[in-house]
Design a protein around this ligand. Structure first.
Ligand SMILES: Cc1cc2nc3c(=O)[nH]c(=O)nc-3n(C[C@H](O)[C@H](O)[C@H](O)COP(=O)(O)OP(=O)(O)OC[C@H]3O[C@@H](n4cnc5c(N)ncnc54)[C@H](O)[C@@H]3O)c2cc1C
Length: 433
């Protein structure tokens, strides 16, 4: 017998969980189908290297309105890593060291010039593609625009490394408009953008957010349940799982990351724009690696350049006899989070006095449930696809951090998209009742 539900949500990441919570509050019968054996998707707190580490999304900030509303709602405590006492960067092959402030001063002129047109091109981050003529700027990559600045080599490499940290992608693949969007979300201040994306985290981990939402949600959650097929018509849809279960629903919410959405069998097929965005894929291709080193060490921050396997590394936890660093590289094919020798070698770019004890991470690019890290659009994708990626198709709705407006690619964006879709469906169901 085919089971029935009002709404099936495909995917139990933050976007799916928020959609389910909001619809459940309206008395809608929701079933959440999640392929993994856990909820949370690209946020995942796991016990590794002796600590609870974030393998995926981590940092949030009070300038991220949807994420902060959840912090307030559930009374979640926020903390930060130790303030860096030292900073390292490269000038050609030479290692420079100083304070983090000195590094920020070094990149400041490049950042200001690069981001000069932010509020002209993205005056309203909640309607990021709306500025007239934006398509002409959307064809550039961040690398194109950095190259135009003709910066002295030390400044150039330092700026590159800072953007790799943000973009998690080769800079020639990442859209310049993505840099503008991030900065527009903080009113044009690159310093605040920098802080918003990489400083404050949940003291009890993103796990605490996932658990709080689930405890607050009236829905039927099913993990280890992969959706294989969705057939829809004007009055409803049938969702079929890998195990062959069929669920009939009035509405279906698809929350798959952009790189996966086009690969799901949907009949009739998704719009050309949604399929093209998925086929092209996002620019994100990077890697996040956690590194335990022998301590004690002074907390530090280090930036290399886009050419190095690890562009950014910094101390996130300090203990009495060890410390844990978090690091990022632009291309997961160049360094594995499980290759301790490669990580040792990569750290030597800055310093050869660190004794690496253990490394860990998750290869999100190889993971068939994500195939991307956080959204980084390619040139043209904002103006060509963003609006279309949000547009419902009949009884199908699309929630994902990847199609959010203000903080697309962030936890905040996932929450925003879930709220939007729950409102779309709630309004339609209310009208039909
Ligand atoms: C390494 C890394 C670092 C990050 N750092 C930050 C950060 O510091 N701050 C920040 O705000 N954001 C960060 N992000 C981004 C943030 O984590 C994501 O944007 C957000 O969690 C995405 O939520 P989502 O619900 O849109 O997508 P997802 O979390 O990807 O949820 C989609 C869900 O769908 C499931 N699924 C896929 N296919 C199927 C199927 N066929 N059937 C059923 N289920 C399926 C997946 O398993 C997944 O659970 C980071 C992400 C990564 C990977």
């Amino acid at each position: 017998m085919t089971e029935k539900a009002d709404v099936v949500v495909v995917g139990g990441g933050i976007a799916g969980l928020i959609t389910a919570r909001e619809l459940g509050r309206q008395g809608v019968r929701v079933v959440v189908l999640e392929a993994r054996d856990r909820l949370g998707g690209r946020v995942w707190t796991d016990h590794r290297l002796g600590r609870d580490l974030e393998l995926g999304g981590t940092w949030l900030h009070w300038v991220q309105p949807h994420a902060w509303a959840e912090v307030t709602r559930y009374g979640l405590e926020v903390t930060r890593g130790p303030r860096p006492e030292e900073a390292y960067w490269l000038a050609g092959d030479e290692v420079r060291s100083g304070t983090l402030d000195a590094f920020m001063e070094l990149i400041d002129p490049g950042m200001r010039r690069l981001l000069d047109g932010t509020m002209r091109w993205i005056p309203r981050p909640d309607a990021p593609a709306a500025a007239p003529g934006l398509a002409s700027v959307d064809g550039f990559s961040v690398q194109d625009k950095l190259d135009e600045l003709d910066l002295p080599v030390e400044e150039y490499r330092a700026n590159e490394a800072a953007w790799v940290g943000h973009f998690n992608a080769p800079l020639q693949d990442g859209a310049f408009t993505s840099a503008l969007r991030w900065t527009a979300a903080t009113g044009g201040s690159w310093h605040l953008m920098h802080e918003a994306s990489a400083v404050f985290r949940l003291a009890a981990g993103t796990r605490s957010l996932v658990e709080a939402i689930v405890a607050d949600t009236r829905a039927d959650f099913r993990t280890s349940t992969e959706v294989r097929h969705v057939e829809h018509h004007p009055d409803g849809a049938v969702v079929t799982t890998a195990a062959g279960e069929r669920i009939e629903a009035g509405r279906v919410v698809l929350t798959l990351p952009q790189n996966l959405l086009g690969g799901l069998a949907v009949e009739p097929e998704l719009s050309a724009g949604k399929r093209a965005a998925s086929e092209e894929g996002t620019a994100s291709r990077g890697v996040k690696i956690w590194i335990r080193v022998r301590g004690p060490i002074a907390p530090f921050f280090a930036y290399s350049s886009a050419a190095h396997p690890l562009s950014v590394a910094r101390t996130e936890y300090v203990g009495d006899d060890d410390a844990v660093l978090v690091s990022f590289g632009a291309d997961s094919r160049r360094i594995s989070p499980h290759d301790i020798d490669a990580v040792r070698e990569a750290l030597r770019v800055w310093r050869d006095d660190l004794e690496v004890l253990e490394v860990t991470g998750h290869d999100w690019m190889a993971d068939p449930r994500s195939r991307e890290t956080w959204l980084m659009q390619r040139p043209h994708q904002l103006t060509r696809y963003s609006e279309e990626q949000r547009r419902p198709e009949g009884v199908l709705h699309f929630a994902s951090s990847d199609n959010a407006t203000v903080w697309a690619g962030f936890i905040d964006g996932a929450i925003e998209s879930g709220l939007r879709v729950a409102r779309e469906i709630g309004a339609d169901l209310g009208a039909a009742r």
